[in-house]
Design a protein around this ligand. Structure first.
Ligand SMILES: Nc1ncnc2c1ncn2[C@@H]1O[C@H](COP(=O)(O)OP(=O)(O)OP(=O)(O)O)[C@@H](O)[C@H]1O
Ligand SMILES: [Mg+2]
Length: 358
């Protein structure tokens, strides 16, 4: 007589499969849903801690193999869902609906923070996450232009409705200025006031990741921000020149001092790949990101090439990730976005009390 597999058999098999990054099994993590057994056909859903999970294929393969090993199972169907993991510590003192706030900073100006923030936001949105982009560069707001936003935010019941484009909700002081060429001359308390408004008075709705594009340096804005909102982490953008790395380390230390987890370093304007012969040239030197990462003991998230398409995408309001999602340039951003999402998941899960496995 042949044995028929049961739901319990499936759960038992799946509790031997660990999430490759969190190092806990899928069942304990509450990631398994909708188990169905119909004869030899087993199906179940894996609820990931982020839709931008870089290890989806590995999880699919391992979960599928574990279930296939149950006697009587002939076919396995794995589907995916996601529920971005967050933690109580982060939920306190933060507007309802926003799960994670990620600051994108640097020390030096012009290293590509805004470019990186925009393309990472698009990459996270592509994965299915709900994404917001907050331009905290009060002095030199560039997000509206880079995102090609043509409208201004509206209001409803006294609340500001963010502008949405390329699937990302955004807010910037650039929307509020009468003329894009006017300089903004503000002092500390006013800055904090505007930031506060962007956080409290904007109807963000449900947001998995709110990316904050910071102005250069370690001035008032990053510090005010950390006081206004519990940040899930900061990513630091540097360029390969040693001076950019040095200033990047200062910013990194500032975040460390105020207990913001550093998710990692990104090296932007890394090697230039010739579009004609594919030869890679390290115009600003190379490897600064990895060296700095080793030196500071901060994870290295990856590099973004120096590339004319990346620049023109920003100037035309069609970021390279939106214009050419299949390009190698977009792929570089996608990989880094997945790395960031995975790091945030791991950090969040670590803060949640899980039953100890015996
Ligand atoms: N990887 C890249 N390849 C080519 N050009 C790039 C790249 N990254 C950024 N740029 C270009 O460099 C310029 C500066 O980038 P960006 O405005 O993103 O820097 P930033 O760090 O936000 O500057 P700021 O400190 O003024 O806020 C822009 O013209 C942008 O298009
Ligand atoms: Mg900028």
């Amino acid at each position: 007589m042949s044995t028929m597999p049961t739901n319990d058999d499936v759960i038992k098999a799946l509790s031997t499969v660990n999430d490759p990054e969190i190092h806990r099994d899928l069942v304990t993590l509450g990631m398994i849903q909708d188990v169905k057994v119909e004869g030899g056909h087993v199906s179940f859903k894996v609820v990931l801690t982020t839709p931008a999970c870089p290890l989806k294929d590995q999880i699919r393969n391992e979960a599928s193999a574990a279930v296939k090993a149950i006697p009587g199972v002939t076919e396995v169907t794995v589907t995916f869902g996601s529920n971005v993991a967050t933690s109580a510590a982060l939920n306190a003192n933060r507007p309802a609906g926003i799960k994670h706030v990620i600051a994108v900073g640097s020390g030096k100006g012009g290293v590509g923070k805004s470019t990186v923030a925009v393309n990472l936001a698009l990459a996270l949105a592509e994965s299915g996450a709900k994404v917001g982009l907050l331009d905290a560069d009060i002095y030199g707001p560039s997000i509206p232009l880079m995102m090609g936003a043509k409208t201004r935010p509206g209001t409803r019941d006294g609340r500001i409705i963010p502008v949405e484009r390329h699937g990302v909700k955004m807010m910037s002081i650039g929307f509020m200025l009468p003329n894009g060429d006017d300089p903004v001359i503000w002092r500390g308390p006013m800055l904090t006031g505007v930031l506060q408004q962007f956080v409290r008075d904007v109807e963000w709705g449900e947001i998995d990741y709110l990316l904050v594009d910071l102005p250069p340096g370690t001035g008032d804005v990053p510090l005010s921000l950390t006081q206004l909102l519990p940040l899930s982490g900061a990513v630091i953008v540097i360029t390969p020149q040693p001076v950019a790395a040095q200033i990047g380390i200062k910013t990194l230390n500032m975040f460390k001092q105020v207990n913001v987890p550093i998710l990692g370093l990104i090296e932007n304007m890394s090697a230039f790949v010739c579009p004609h012969c594919n030869e890679s040239t390290a115009i600003f030197d190379h490897g600064g990101g990895e060296k700095t990462s080793t030196y500071t003991d901060v994870p290295y998230l990856g590099d973004i090439p120096l590339d004319p398409k990346i620049r023109s995408g920003g100037d035309t309001g069609e970021p390279v990730f939106a214009a050419e999602p299949q390009s190698t340039q977009a792929e570089a951003f996608r990989r880094i976005a997945q790395n960031i999402a995975a790091k945030i998941s791991v950090n969040s899960i670590k803060r949640i009390e899980l039953p100890v496995l015996r």
